[in-house]
Write a protein that binds this ligand. Structure first.
Ligand SMILES: [Zn+2]
Ligand SMILES: [Zn+2]
Length: 135
């Protein structure tokens, strides 16, 4: 083998080595990137799960609050059917006159919405507020 052959062989070997190195580095970079993406995706999944959990808890709290408000409104609506006295919770008959305790609501005659204050007309649909008695 002559000098040029050796030179050519040497260059070719260097070139192959350089290509291999480049391929290795590219592979490493790709693996690193893939790892990063996978971690990001896992983080996002975790965040989404936490967000859902938080939303669920908020919804449950809101539901609980609505239930309590409804219960309170129900208790406040309990009055004596005879003398109109406001009844204590769990009392079935009036301690003053023996009248039956009923639930008295003020509701919209049009849409059925419960009146919150002493409004005469529904703030939602303009319907007239009527008194509703439930035994
Ligand atoms: Zn009474
Ligand atoms: Zn209404």
């Amino acid at each position: 083998m002559g000098f040029f052959d050796n030179l050519k062989k040497g260059i070719s070997e260097l070139w192959d080595k350089a290509k291999e190195d480049a391929a290795d580095r590219a592979k490493e970079a790709a693996e690193e990137k893939a790892q990063e993406l996978a971690e990001d995706a896992a983080d996002r999944v975790k965040e989404a799960a936490e967000e859902r959990k938080k939303k669920k808890e908020e919804a449950q709290a809101a539901e609980q609050k609505a239930k309590e408000a409804e219960q309170k409104a129900k208790e406040e609506a309990r009055v004596c059917s005879k003398c109109g006295r406001k009844a204590e919770p769990n009392v079935k008959f009036c301690p003053e006159c023996g009248g039956k305790i009923v639930e008295k609501y003020r509701v919209c005659s049009k849409c059925g919405r419960r009146a919150e204050g002493d409004e005469k007309f529904c703030t939602e649909c303009g319907g007239e507020i009527a008194e509703k008695v439930q035994e």
